[in-house]
Ligand binder design. Structure first.
Ligand code: GDP
Ligand code: IMO
Ligand code: MG
Length: 432
């Protein structure tokens, strides 16, 4: 039985949450392995809409065991808020498991994230302000606080004191803010310690046993390929590995156990925050995509920057992640366009680039070279099979498939659970 990694191919918000939810009934475990509550996944089930940030989208399926693995950074107050909100709506959250090695986002890192952005001024990254970057920095600096530290008050206090010695200097002397008291931090971190205690354990062992028992394990990435700290548009990235390799380091499940990699590719491109974006549209077409697609951030409510599909990025995502299956989402949003431009290469100062430029400043100057594909005007949201799609919509999918170099196994035609066309099994059964 497979271990499957599901990642975003572009700059996030491709519809990973919906895809995870769709696989829900076929999957036993859904594992979040990177990021924290910077993610925002909207899942629509019937007339109910759920916005998830820290919790894996699999939590909405009763039979799934949701896991927050070691690669995640956990804001404890957000964790409790999300659990309470779901319980109030009748979702059973009792199966949630959290790695004892996952790092905790302490309150001072939320402050430092926002201060750092303010100080950068025009050079800001446009972070979500959730303390993600400072907490991963603490992890690498070996001054972070882990879930297991919550259960030993004296160790926790030592760690908070040591961290605050430096953090308070930064807050006071660089940012001109007040110092944070040790007790204030201890109070927030310990507020829900008894509630989380039963959830915390060695999740890599849980997942290893699950795979030995032939369970299906789905690793759900937050963020996406071009927001990956190593492979994305650095420094305009998040601070974790959102690509498929991150599923291994972020969970303790080795690469030899991963069978499939599903990439979610939106039929156009969006980006939240700053950074280069070659196919960005600042005209009526951009506004069309934003309003038709409802492109406003699930986490911060910011309008998302919108542009045409970029298959140079699609191919890059295929290569970096080892994609076995693509899911194209939001094809319905393109309905009504006469022609649909798809970026197939870049022009950088007169030179053609078929691959992502190795030099970041070339990417900043990349001008898209477009191939124009004919559009369609029929409503496709009720289509259940590939053959029911208008000929031009089929041709669009097939051309994109050819350009990105891996099969398109499913196509999203609406936000609902049932509004998806399946072409091939995402679990790979038809490859056997
Ligand atoms: P994620 O962060 O990758 O999980 O994506 P988000 O939830 O932030 O953004 C995707 C949005 O598109 C959500 O509002 C989904 O409900 C919606 N969505 C997902 N797939 C489709 C689709 O195929 N068609 C339409 N119209 N909406 C979709
Ligand atoms: P999902 O999982 C889109 C962006 C932020 C900012 C940069 C760094 O919903 O696809 P951070 O707070 O992580 O330090 O911000 O990354 N960003 C996202 N953009 N979708 C997301 O998550 C994102 N998570 C972070 O806008 O540009
Ligand atoms: Mg999102």
């Amino acid at each position: 039985m497979p271990a499957i990694v599901l990642i975003g191919a572009q700059w996030g918000d491709e519809g990973k949450g919906k895809a995870t939810d769709l696989l829900g009934s076929r999957v036993d475990y859904v594992v979040k392995f990177n990021g924290g509550n910077n993610a925002g996944h909207t899942v629509v089930i019937g007339d109910q809409k759920y916005a998830l940030h820290l919790l894996p989208s699999g939590i909405l399926t009763d039979s799934v065991t949701p896991v927050i693995a070691n690669g995640v950074v956990v804001d404890l107050s957000v964790l409790i808020e999300e659990l309470d909100a779901l319980e109030a709506r009748g979702v059973d959250t009792s199966k949630l498991r959290i790695s004892s090695n996952a790092h905790v986002i302490p309150p001072y890192n939320r402050m430092l994230d926002k201060m750092a952005e303010r100080f950068l001024g025009k050079r800001k990254l446009g972070t979500t302000g959730r303390g993600i970057g400072p907490t991963y920095a603490d992890k690498m600096n070996r001054v972070g606080i882990r879930m297991q530290d919550l259960f030993d008050e004296s160790i926790l206090r030592q760690k908070v004191e040591a961290a605050l010695e430096v953090k308070n200097q930064t807050l006071l002397k660089i940012y001109n803010r007040r110092a944070v008291a040790v007790e204030e931090v201890m109070e927030e971190l310990l507020a829900h310690v008894e509630r989380v205690r039963p959830m915390v354990l060695d999740t890599s062992l849980v997942l290893s046993d699950a795979l030995d028992d032939d369970k299906v394990v789905l690793f759900e990435a937050g963020q996406a390929t071009l927001l990956d700290v190593d492979h994305g548009t650095y420094p305009f990235v998040t601070s974790s590995n959102a690509t498929s390799g991150g599923a291994c380091t972020g969970s303790g499940v080795p690469p030899t156990r991963i069978d499939r990699v599903i990439a979610i590719l939106k039929a156009y491109t969006t980006r939240v925050g700053e950074g280069p974006f070659p196919t960005e549209l600042e005209d009526d077409n951009g506004e069309f995509l934003r309003s038709q697609g409802g492109e406003y951030g699930t986490t911060t409510g910011r309008p998302r920057r919108c542009g045409w599909l970029d298959v140079v990025i699609g191919r890059y995502a295929q290569r970096i992640n080892g994609v076995t299956d693509f899911v194209i989402t939001k094809l319905d949003i393109l309905t009504g366009l006469e022609t649909i431009p798809v970026c197939v290469a870049y022009d950088v100062h007169g030179e053609r680039f078929d691959e992502m430029p190795v030099n970041q400043s070339d990417f900043h100057h990349a001008k898209p070279i477009y191939e124009e594909l004919p559009g369609w005007s029929e409503d496709i949201s009720k289509c259940q099979t590939f053959d029911e799609l208008p000929a031009n919509a089929q041709a669009y999918v097939l051309r994109v498939e050819e350009l990105i170099g891996a099969r398109v196994s499913a196509i999203g035609v609406g936000p609902g659970r049932t509004e998806t066309i399946q072409r091939f099994s995402l679990l790979g059964e038809d490859d056997l």
